[in-house]
Structure formats: structure tokens, C-alpha cells
Design a protein around this ligand. Structure first.
Ligand code: FE2
Length: 266
């Protein structure tokens, strides 16, 4: 792929599910880092530890792969051990529209090639846990960082909510990338005012699974309505889902984008 010195090349990796997802991400980054001349790697890591939540060791492992910033969502506090560390971790963010006393930070600024990026995590409110308005929360954050290019991980269930958010901030956000459903959508595009958008970046986890968990677990729950423990699917081919986009360091506009849907191994 043609890459240039006057671009910042960014990879956003969809929800990483469990050990299999991590292994897939490690090998994908080692392959893509050079091929795409990656400058900034962001990944949703809220399911990276055993399929639910994240631990300190897993966080360190992901940074070791070359990931710059981990985002999260409704599962951020699932592993209790991470809660006490969150205020002091500068490369893992939780949804910004949680209560102000919620542990952790909702956004982070990172600089690459002289360009300052504002990476923000937000939680949708349709079919999701209670949270503050993501629109108003983001408006407030934007007003505090006018010199940065905002990249949003909008962690939500409803397509309509993600669509509305992206159009509302078209031209104000550099990118609005949906996560949480674990299924990559085919609507990646530049909106009329230049914001890069995709409803869901997808996941890194087992292909033959229900969004990463053993499909029989999920089927049984739907058939019986009885709560059941979900196990992460570890067998078979793995998915690596991500989106790549590139900005010109002078114009600060997106000059290239593509989604990545790889099926790996056996
Ligand atoms: Fe989620």
C-alpha cells in the first residue's frame, strides 16, 4: 500500500474477544504495522480478558503488541481487579458519559507527527445501561479541546443512534467508529462534511461463534430463557476486523480509508 510521510495512518481494531482474539490481533499488527505504515493503533479491549472485561496483565499485553490506546464500553468494570487501576492508566479509557465519579478517564489526547488526536469513548443509551447523554457529553469535551482531531469509539447497540450521532458531529469529529455489536457493517464512508464513519468495526474472535461466545451457549439461552454462563469460543478460524484511515498532516483531512475483514488460521 502506498503510504506517505505527510500522513498519519490509523488503525482502529474492533472488539477483541478473549485469548484467541488477542492472539489474532498480535499477528495482524505484526503484519500490518509495516504494510500500512501505522502511526496510531486504537483497539476496543472491553472483552479482551476471557470475553468479559480487561485485566492489568491483558492491558499490558495489548500495549506490548503495539496498541497505543485501548477503548472500552459497558464491560469495562467486569473484572474487579482493573477498577482500582483505572484512574492511573493513561492508555485505557472508559465511556465518558458515565457518572463523574466512575473510575477511569473518558478521553485521552495523543500526538502523532505533530497532530493532536482526541480519542473519546462514549456509550449509547438504546438497549444499553443507563448513562448520561453522549451527544451533550461529547459537545462539552469538544469545546475543551478545539485544537485536537477527535476520534470517537461510540459503543452502542442501535444503528439509528450511531447514525444520528455521526451526522450530528459530521465535520466536527475526524472519525466516529461504532463498536459493541461485534459484527462489522458495510457502511464505511466519509459523511458529507468529511467525518469517517462506520456503524460497527466488528470483532477479533472466533468466526463460528455468536459474537465471540460458544454458539451452543447462546442458542440455549434463547431457547430456554434460563441464564447460562457464556464461554468464549476458542476453536476454529478467527476473525480480524478493523478499519484503517489516513489523514494528511497539512490539511487534517482523511485521504484514504478501508475496512479490514480477515479470516485467519484454523
Ligand atoms: Fe459492549
Amino acid at each position: 500500500m502506498n503510504t506517505q510521510n505527510n500522513t498519519v495512518n490509523i488503525l482502529f481494531i474492533g472488539d477483541i474477544v478473549g485469548r484467541g482474539g488477542r492472539k489474532t490481533v498480535k499477528s495482524a499488527i505484526s503484519r500490518l504495522k509495516e504494510e500500512l505504515s501505522l502511526d496510531l493503533i486504537i483497539a476496543n479491549a472491553e472483552n479482551s480478558a476471557s470475553g468479559f472485561g480487561i485485566t492489568l496483565n491483558v492491558y499490558k499485553e495489548l500495549l506490548g503488541f503495539g496498541i497505543d490506546i485501548c477503548t472500552s464500553g459497558n464491560h469495562i468494570y467486569d473484572k474487579k481487579e482493573i477498577v482500582g487501576y483505572l484512574d492511573n492508566l493513561d492508555k485505557l479509557i472508559r465511556p465518558a458519559n458515565l457518572p463523574s465519579k466512575a473510575p477511569g478517564k473518558g478521553f485521552v489526547v495523543v500526538e502523532k507527527k505533530g497532530v493532536r488526536f482526541l480519542i473519546v469513548n462514549l456509550l449509547g443509551r438504546v438497549f444499553m445501561p443507563l448513562s448520561d447523554c453522549p451527544f451533550q457529553t461529547f459537545e462539552k469535551i469538544l469545546s475543551e479541546y478545539p485544537d485536537c482531531l477527535p476520534i470517537v469509539d461510540f459503543h452502542g447497540e442501535a444503528t439509528s443512534e450511531k447514525n444520528a450521532f455521526a451526522y450530528n458531529f459530521d465535520g466536527k469529529a475526524l472519525a466516529v467508529i461504532g463498536t459493541h455489536t461485534h459484527v462489522q457493517t458495510n457502511d464505511d464512508r466519509l459523511l458529507p462534511n468529511g467525518t469517517f464513519y462506520i456503524t460497527d468495526a466488528g470483532m477479533c474472535g472466533a468466526l463460528d461463534s455468536c459474537i465471540g461466545v460458544v454458539k451452543e451457549n447462546s442458542i440455549e439461552k434463547f431457547l430456554t430463557s434460563v441464564p447460562i454462563k457464556f464461554d468464549v469460543e476458542k476453536k476454529g478460524k478467527m476473525l480480524f476486523n478493523a478499519v484503517f484511515f489516513s489523514i494528511d498532516t497539512d490539511t487534517k483531512k482523511i485521504v484514504k480509508f478501508e475496512k479490514i475483514y480477515n479470516i485467519c488460521g484454523e
